[in-house]
Design a protein around this ligand. Structure first.
Ligand code: ATP
Length: 214
């Protein structure tokens, strides 16, 4: 069964780093679909510059026209912080025990995984595919002891492993490095500079129209 990919994020705003990650991993892992799940009110960082509704809308604009990409608004539309482990548990219920699920993470997110709520449960719910990200070398030395032990015992280099079992594998995936972050886009807009070509034009237009990140 082809895995369903899950890409969570603040998406404040969504940019080509996110979109290229999703496209690369959809191809490399032969994903049936990628679900973009914008976070609600995040527990681990400052309030985003755009509202959940605005972040949802920017994702909607960015993925329009890609039949493999879908928007899942469940976290953004709930007022709660939204823990990934809870979202995955709901998806597991909806999609059934046999459906392979694959959480897509950039290297920075993966390296911080051991700080996530009930993080070890994640491996019982989904596989994890980790994409390279400039500035965050994916090396054992960068991981804490607990994450390293967990990752090493689960590491696979064959995408077919993700189809053979519903959850539990970790796969590192090389992707073309794009040194783009939402933080740098917000800073550029705040400084009156153009963020064009770092994110889709439709999202640039939305940011301008709604006076975001000023
Ligand atoms: P911010 O700068 O506000 O922290 P961000 O650009 O890191 O935001 P998020 O929405 O926090 O974006 O990221 C969602 C997911 O996408 C995370 O797993 C993150 O690692 C990944 N990601 C974001 N940008 C890139 C990139 N340029 N290359 C690879 N992965 C990325």
């Amino acid at each position: 069964m082809r895995p369903v990919g899950i890409l969570g994020g603040t998406f404040d705003p969504i940019h080509f780093g996110h979109l290229r990650l999703a496209e690369e991993l959809a191809q490399q892992l032969d994903l049936a679909e990628v679900r973009f799940i914008p976070s609600g009110r995040p527990w681990h960082r400052d309030a985003p510059g755009a509202t959940p509704e605005q972040r949802l809308e920017m994702v909607r604009l960015a993925i329009a026209g890609n039949p493999r990409f879908h928007l899942d608004g469940r976290e953004a539309s709930s007022g709660a912080p939204g823990y990934t482990v809870e979202t995955l548990a709901k998806l597991r219920q909806e999609l059934g025990a046999a459906q392979p699920l694959c959480l897509l993470l950039g290297a920075d997110a993966f390296l911080g995984l051991a700080t996530w709520h009930h993080w070890r449960e994640l491996f019982k719910l989904a596989h994890i595919a980790v994409a390279q990200r400039p500035g965050f070398p994916l090396q054992a030395a960068q991981m804490g002891d607990e994450l390293r032990a967990e990752a090493e015992s689960r590491m696979s280099s064959d995408p077919r492993d993700l189809q053979a079992t519903p959850c539990g594998k970790v796969l590192a995936c090389p992707i073309p490095p794009l040194d783009i972050s939402a933080t740098s886009i917000r800073s550029a807009v705040k400084a009156g500079k153009s963020p064009r070509y770092l994110l889709p034009d439709a999202v640039v237009d939305y940011i301008q129209t709604h006076h975001l990140y000023r």
